[in-house]
Design a protein around this ligand. Sequence first.
Ligand code: Z5A
Length: 210
Amino acid sequence: MNKGLFLTVEGAEGVGKSTNIAFIRSALESKGIEVIVTREPGGTEMAEEIREVLLKNRSEFVAENAELLLMFAARAQHIESLIKPALASGKWVISDRFTDATYAYQGGGRGVDVDKIAILERFVQNEFRPDKTILLDAPVEIGMARAHKRGELDRFENEKNAFFERVRKVYLDRLEQEPQRFEFIDASKTLEAVQAQLKNVINEIANRSV
Ligand code: Z5A
């Protein structure tokens, strides 16, 4: 049994995950909740090395299965060496992306068979799933415009708009399939308006869980 709560933050390119995770963290800490912020792919020394391999632009063709297996290899390490021990000690864990991103990017974006992802999810995670998932959603053009302001693009960011439209669609489909786990945030609004929505969601999650 987890003692802490496992919260994931998801969304397509540039929707404001990093910016808003900092906000969520301080909202929870102000309630006396001990929080660990992490990310995927990554979160541990070894998983961060896998992240570098995954995000690097390269001339070599990257096989879908190689990308998929590396995502889950990083996740296996992340879960066992960081997430589960932190939850067991009573801390809350906020992860910038988790397995919903694999369904969205590898499943939606790359077209990998969903059953294949589900098999790996079961193999690596058994029944382990996020307690709550905050989905930041914005039209692709808005997210891309925000992300592209940052400069050099990685291997995923170099994908075309159509790829990110498929990613967004999978996220919205998953929200519809699991309304009890997901919290929807309209991330196309100003940062102030986004954080007002987040504040309500965080208060509700914290009140129900503490
Ligand atoms: N990936 C995958 O394929 N499969 C998987 O299973 C997993 C991941 C786990 C790395 O993820 C890549 O890995 C990712 C998918 C793939 N690639 N892509 N694309 P990542 O999460 O590290 O990378 P990211 O999606 O590129 O995140 P990001 O671009 O850093 O976006 P963000 O964190 O959502 O946005 P941000 O940095 O907070 O905000 C972007 C800018 O917008 C920044 O200047 C903010 O100040 C600004 N901003 C934020 N909110 C607003 C509002 N509301 N108004 C105006 N401006 C705003």
